[in-house]
Design a binder for this molecule. Structure first.
Ligand code: AGP
Length: 615
């Protein structure tokens, strides 16, 4: 849940490293730091708070040029987000420095053992134990010739949990050691230099070739020389891959926030998914490696995901059931992994995750695999742990998503699953060719409808400004737009900090209606679908209790309009099953403008991080 950046090569100004680290700030922004080997010593700079503070501090050392270093931006797990707990952490003699992403589950036991051996700890972190453990093996007097990588290898074998590490030492001043177990780490291959980073955006400005370090692998980097070994100490040949993302894709391009940029990218992403997975020749999912017979025989699917990805799966549940005649069970991953699910050999589990590193989703997948289930993942990040551990993958092709609040990856996940459900419906013959053709035509139009909404974003802004004064929100939807209500509420609460709840409108009368009064804003998704009349009744009930209604409606809906304080128009799609792809854009804009009006930190909301690699 933190960001790691590392460098070895020609002596370079710290501003280069800061620019790399800044692209990882979405992963955590509680504190940050840098450690380098300079003039035979470990040079250390740490700060609580965001990277711009570290940048300021380093300006005082304007003239330093650094040949090797590690940097870190932290999302605090063990110990408060102060300077002492900031990474890098060092050993007793300040000869070894390390940065860490992940959790060391057995750190207390190791810490106690090391304290008994005389090691002195200064932080409350789990990470510091790693520095002392490496020191312990490095300084083992019985072994005369132990290299840094050997000491690291011995240390990591003692660690339980997930971790990616960057390690440097003044005693082996040319080596940058990278370790991956359960948390992502990528090696960037440059000319006379190498990098390491937790995610691709940090490397885009520097390299065009990368190695996605595999699980339980260690890379030893000396300038451009890269050697990879596994945890058994055996050398392995890593696969070198081209970087497929362009630098501009990870840039704000003059916009104030990544979130706004990413909301506006949705039509482009949807077009890309459509042309990639449904080119002229028909359906084409290159990484879907299941046999047609296997897919044809399926009668049940399990979906596991967290947060926004869970809501995408929830939308998909509706159409997978409707189009493919399947039973679909869906759970948030933190529940899925502990349920006694009746998974059998060859049951299909769909795991949805933007990052592919979400701890609970990975744990669900691992649990499902022990029962013989097959895993299809929907993921946005190549080389992520989820991709590596899945039998089949559908990449969501949304490009880097930097804002902590997921937007374009949500609609990308839903859209990919629509195409998958049509493909499955075709195989299972639960949908006729004619129906599939009709739905495909509508799917192709989705980017145009989304553009219509985006062109009118100023209208959403006006309404959001008005509603931004409310202290709490209810989002109501029915049927396939019930998950849209959940997602709308999540977007609003995570970036504006306003309490917001998503509810199935029909369930209001069983309790939540007690919340309604003139101080409560109620966002109703009231499109002209088969449940429209029911939704109108629910709006009437809310209005009778003086709730302030903002309704998302189709054109010419006087009934819904007359019950609402404000309305936002959603283009009418022939097939309302596709409407979540439009409602989402609207509710994302709404949350964005409310948060902006309230002057919130939109791209980096408090207490959150983009990828949640802890339980
Ligand atoms: C939503 O805006 C959040 N970023 C969060 O709920 C997110 O969807 C969740 O943590 C799952 O992340 P993943 O898709 O990377 O697995």
């Amino acid at each position: 849940m933190c960001g790691i950046f590392g460098y070895t090569g020609e002596k370079t100004s710290p501003s280069l490293f800061i620019s790399g680290l800044s692209r990882l700030e979405y992963r955590g922004y509680d504190s940050c730091g840098l450690a380098a080997i300079l003039n035979g010593k470990v040079f250390l700079k740490k700060r609580s708070g965001k990277i711009h503070q570290l940048k300021k501090d380093l300006r005082k050392n304007r003239n330093i040029k650094i040949p090797i270093c590690i940097l870190h931006t932290r999302w605090a797990t063990h110990g408060s987000p102060n300077k002492v707990n900031a990474h890098p952490h060092t050993d007793c003699k300040k000869e070894i420095a390390i940065v860490h992403n992940g959790i060391i589950e057995n750190y207390l036991q190791l810490k106690n053992e090391l304290i008994k051996k005389g090691h002195k700890f200064i932080s409350q972190t789990d990470t510091e134990v790693i520095a002392h453990l490496i020191e312990n093996f490095y300084n083992d007097s019985s072994k005369t010739e132990i290299t840094l990588e050997k000491a690291v290898l011995k240390a990591v074998k003692k660690l339980k949990g997930s971790f990616s590490l960057g390690v440097i030492s003044k005693k082996d001043p040319e080596k940058l050691i990278a370790v991956r177990k359960g948390s992502p780490l990528i090696i960037g291959i440059g000319k006379n230099r190498s990098f390491l980073a937790s995610d691709i955006p940090a490397l885009l400005a520097f390299v065009s070739k990368v190695i996605y370090l595999g699980d339980e692998e260690i890379a030893i980097l000396v300038k451009e020389k890269i050697k990879v070994i596994n945890f058994k100490g055996e050398e392995i040949r890593p696969e070198i891959e081209d970087v497929k993302i362009k630098l501009e894709e990870a840039d704000k391009r003059g916009l104030e926030h990544f979130m706004l940029k990413e909301i506006f990218e949705q039509p482009k992403v949807i077009r890309k998914i459509f042309s990639s997975y449904h080119p002229a020749e028909g359906f084409n999912f290159p990484e879907l490696r299941f046999s047609k017979d296997y897919l044809k025989e399926l009668d049940k699917i399990y979906i596991t995901a967290c947060g926004t990805a869970y809501h995408a799966g929830y939308v998909a549940k509706y159409f997978l059931e409707k189009y493919c005649g399947l039973d679909v069970e869906i759970d948030v991953s933190s529940e899925f992994r502990y349920r006694r699910l009746n998974l059998k050999k060859d049951s299909l589990v769909i795991a949805i995750s933007q990052s592919g590193e979400t701890a609970d989703t990975l744990a669900s997948v691992r649990e499902a695999k022990t029962k013989g289930a097959k895993i299809l993942s929907l993921c946005n990040v190549m080389g992520s742990s989820l991709v590596k551990e899945s039998d089949s993958v559908i990449f969501t092709l949304a490009g880097p998503e930097i804002s902590v609040a997921s937007t374009k990856t949500y609609t990308a996940q839903v859209f990919c699953l629509y195409l998958f459900s049509l493909f499955l419906g075709k195989l299972k013959k639960s949908l006729s060719e004619e129906t599939i053709g009709r739905i495909l035509k509508e799917l192709e139009k989705i980017p145009f409808y989304q553009e219509e909404i985006l062109k009118e974003s100023w209208k959403v802004r006006k309404i959001a400004n008005r509603f931004s004064r409310f202290g709490s929100f209810l989002f109501l939807g029915r049927g396939i737009n019930y998950p849209s209500a959940l997602e709308g509420a999540l977007k609003l609460k995570e970036i504006s900090y306003i309490p917001a709840e998503g509810y199935p409108a029909g369930e209001m009368k069983h309790g939540p209606i007690a919340l309604i009064d003139e101080y409560r804003a109620i966002v109703c998704i009231a499109l002209k679908d088969e449940l429209h009349e029911k939704m109108i009744s629910n709006m009437q009930e809310a209005k009778a209790r003086k709730g302030k209604i903002l309704a998302l409606i189709n054109d010419n809906d006087d009934q819904a309009s007359s019950l609402s304080h404000n309305v936002i128009y959603i283009p009418q799609v022939l097939n309302q099953d596709l409407s979540p792809l439009l409602v989402a854009v609207c509710l994302q804009l709404f949350a964005y403008f409310v948060a902006k009006k309230r002057k919130c930190e939109i791209d980096q909301p408090r207490n959150l991080a983009k990828s949640v690699t802890v339980e």
